[in-house]
Write a protein that binds this ligand. Sequence first.
Ligand SMILES: *[C@@H]1O[C@H](CO)[C@@H](O)[C@H](O)[C@H]1NC(C)=O
Ligand SMILES: *[C@@H]1O[C@H](CO)[C@@H](O)[C@H](O)[C@H]1NC(C)=O
Ligand SMILES: *[C@@H]1O[C@H](CO)[C@@H](O)[C@H](O)[C@H]1NC(C)=O
Ligand SMILES: *[C@@H]1O[C@H](CO)[C@@H](O)[C@H](O)[C@H]1NC(C)=O
Ligand SMILES: *[C@@H]1O[C@H](CO)[C@@H](O)[C@H](O)[C@H]1NC(C)=O
Ligand SMILES: *[C@@H]1O[C@H](CO)[C@@H](O)[C@H](O)[C@H]1NC(C)=O
Ligand SMILES: *[C@@H]1O[C@H](CO)[C@@H](O)[C@H](O)[C@H]1NC(C)=O
Length: 627
Amino acid sequence: MMFHRLAAVPVVLLWLGAVLAATPQPSSKCQRKCGSIDIPYPFGIVHSPDDDDGHCTMNGFGLTCNETGIDGGRHRPFYGDVEVVGVSLQQGQARMLNDISYYCYNTITREMDRDEWWLNFVGTPLRFSDTTNKFTVIGCETLAYINGDDSNHGDDGDYGGKYMSGCVAMCRGDDVRSTLSNGSCSGIGCCQTAIPGGLQYYHVEFDSAFNTTEIHNVSRCSYAVLMDSSNFTFSTTYVTWPVFMNNYGSQAPFVMDWSIGNETCDVARKKPGSYACVSDNSECFNSLNGPGYICNCSKGFHGNPYLQDPEHGCKDIDECKLPQLYRGTNGGVCRNRLGGYDCPCKFRWKADAKAGTCIDHFPLAAKVVVGTIVGILIMVIITFLVILHKEKRKMAEFFKKNGGPTLEKATSIEIYKYEDLKSFLKRNNLIANGSFGEVYKGLLENKLVAIKKPINGTVRENEQFANEVIIQSQLIHKNIVRLIGCCPEVEAPLLVYEFISQGSLHNILHNNNNKVALNLDARLRIAAHSADGLAYMHSQANTRILHGDVKPANILLDENFAPKILDFGISRLLATNKQHTTSIIGDVNYMDPVYLQEGLLTEKNDVYSFGVFTYKLDHPLNVFINS
Ligand SMILES: *[C@@H]1O[C@H](CO)[C@@H](O)[C@H](O)[C@H]1NC(C)=O
Ligand SMILES: *[C@@H]1O[C@H](CO)[C@@H](O)[C@H](O)[C@H]1NC(C)=O
Ligand SMILES: *[C@@H]1O[C@H](CO)[C@@H](O)[C@H](O)[C@H]1NC(C)=O
Ligand SMILES: *[C@@H]1O[C@H](CO)[C@@H](O)[C@H](O)[C@H]1NC(C)=O
Ligand SMILES: *[C@@H]1O[C@H](CO)[C@@H](O)[C@H](O)[C@H]1NC(C)=O
Ligand SMILES: *[C@@H]1O[C@H](CO)[C@@H](O)[C@H](O)[C@H]1NC(C)=O
Ligand SMILES: *[C@@H]1O[C@H](CO)[C@@H](O)[C@H](O)[C@H]1NC(C)=O
């Protein structure tokens, strides 16, 4: 019998030291590669298994990087004397190589030759992975035991589990080859069995009752090894030729689970001096194979969770740059964020781009409807704008036609925008209504005003209209209604007068609801002051201003019943309608017959009308014929 010994004792000593000391961070100068193999912390290179400088490795994870005779002196890492072919931080695993045990018929000695190996990881942080490894036996007349109980072989005889199992591989019939098939390891020529968790030691034993003496010219050898079964496929040549040995170079790969300490995460976390998951964004996982824990970067991070240094510790993964995660397109927009990424769908697109299900959730019919509505809206807006533009142009035309430019130059008159007056031209504000048009009450700059709106009136001679308006706005007398402003932007220009509170004398005389009694004194005062106003008009130096339509309806009374003359001159310029295009406008009841005959207005005509007016003032109940 031949036994292979591991350097078990020194490893145990190393491991005991690990738990007692706090875990220091490795120096950045540490060698992190041996040959082509990466050696991430907590693993590290030490010069000999019992030489641990404490800077490059966590205790119990030291590897030696030895030059080997093969491969042109290439360096390879060893854990003790077991070759390491890979370390995975994420899985907490190390992949190693394991000698294949054999039991062969020796045709010279006519004896069975044994080569039975063992592996001892007792006292190390490594355990045989029970999920990836299987005890694998190849042969045609073979019974091999896997023995996890090392009490017969170990020095202390104490550690290791009490575990023993076996596997039988047989070939039936005379012609061995005919019963074998490639691929399956089903007991015919090949047998595999799972191992329990937590195993740190095993040795192989062949049962000598099963030997290949009888069948040696077909199948001379039996093999047994604990190996990674994840991509093992059985070949019939394994039993008939020494192909199995040769394929694996006499060493089969197996996987060790490793872990930190012998405590759970919850306990370890409370000991900051030794807790190994020191990187930001790292997490702790209890080992699934024996005591201890492993560290992992949180989801969305990658790096070494055992390193504090942010450069090598867990760093955010920019998933948007990983085509296998983020496939682009699909209507999603990739946005990396700490610990993950978002792929919100584009505007109007629905569902989750991460799942690759961004879809344009707008059905065609809806698109058509929305398109039509938007189209109609745009057309309405354009039409509106065109109308607005036309309106503006029309306003500008009227402004010019109604002598706006001339009016603008005058300082005595206010030019109003139609916009400013428009709001007052409504039924509620109507204070007078007659053949001349309508009068509305308004409020401009906190002052009450009367806005006169001629009906269908057009200005016949624009310059004359403007001049007349300017002249009248310059007439400032307490018995004349003051013309404040004008709005030439509309076809029939609006005129803005001061607001006279009691309304027209005509209304006061004839409206029975208006319980205002005018005594003789008041009537005389009205007559006298009206005459004052008329005289002031007639006395203007440069332009003689004639009223042409003196009557009670054109005399307004203010809050003190003082008269104010209204509506002269301009009235004649505004032809109220087609029937009145003759130059004679006015109330025939008050009109001088001479004027009626000759059609030429003089101040005498006003005086005549004033006479009728005073008569009317004295005899209000005498009803005239309405013109
Ligand atoms: C590696 O080298 C060291 C020293 O050079 C030696 O002690 C050790 O046994 C070697 N290990 C292997 C597996 O060759
Ligand atoms: C560690 O994280 C990686 C990637 O997120 C994952 O594949 C792996 O299974 C994790 N390991 C453990 C032990 O949870
Ligand atoms: C092989 O096994 C048989 C019994 O099956 C036994 O009699 C024989 O001695 C064995 N041969 C060797 C070389 O051990
Ligand atoms: C199994 O595969 C090997 C080659 O991999 C071939 O030589 C052998 O004949 C195959 N055996 C059977 C039974 O097909
Ligand atoms: C194997 O050897 C036995 C005798 O030991 C012999 O009878 C048999 O024919 C041989 N078979 C083959 C396939 O060589
Ligand atoms: C197992 O898979 C690895 C790659 O994953 C490959 O290199 C190796 O040859 C495979 N081994 C066997 C026995 O198929
Ligand atoms: C864990 O390891 C320490 C140090 O070797 C030891 O004192 C302790 O008893 C162990 N605990 C368990 C539960 O194995």
